[in-house]
Design a protein around this ligand. Sequence first.
Ligand SMILES: [Zn+2]
Length: 216
Amino acid sequence: MNIRIGPATIEVSPARALDAEQFECCEGSALIAAGANIERMFLPHKGLVAILERPPVGAVAGAGLVGAGGVVGYAAVLGPAVASGDSIALSAVSGVSISAAGFRREAGHDQRLWSAMGAYATRRIASTERLCACVALHSVEQRLARWLLQASDLLGADRIDITHRRLADVHGVRRASVTTGLHMLEGERAIVCQHRRITVRDKRKLAALSCGCEAM
Ligand SMILES: [Zn+2]
């Protein structure tokens, strides 16, 4: 069986070493719930997963976006770990799930697995750090443009099916702020908004309106 971690595709034989199995879930499903022990990691082939943090005080905010080539639950790579946030499917998602303990065991003697996951984890940590600065420094419009570009790239499609409510959760802002931001991007003819659907109309224009934080 081949598994993809970031840009690397690695053949794992036998597949049972990782207790690998196909998974499919529908929009809104929680792949990993906040506070749960991360026993399985999810490697999507298709679809989008948002990592949503719910601080003790306040609402909810996105702390990462995972698509094809990504790993949901990578925090369990070094050892047993508890999920800090909910990993929520933003669309139908399918891919392969693997045992976290099985991965640690196999990576102990398979340098390819260890190197690929190490490189991936390093990028995710850097992206999370950049996201902290992005939220502090950039406008909702800039962040929406950045997020739509990233989501479009991960989906391999110009069409993103998502509600304003969910976008507000992902960005940690009020729904009205999302609506205003999207109207601005639509007014610039970078996107087209329909009910529960956003279509990237002009990628270059959207990139010009983005803060650029996706370019890690
Ligand atoms: Zn930014």
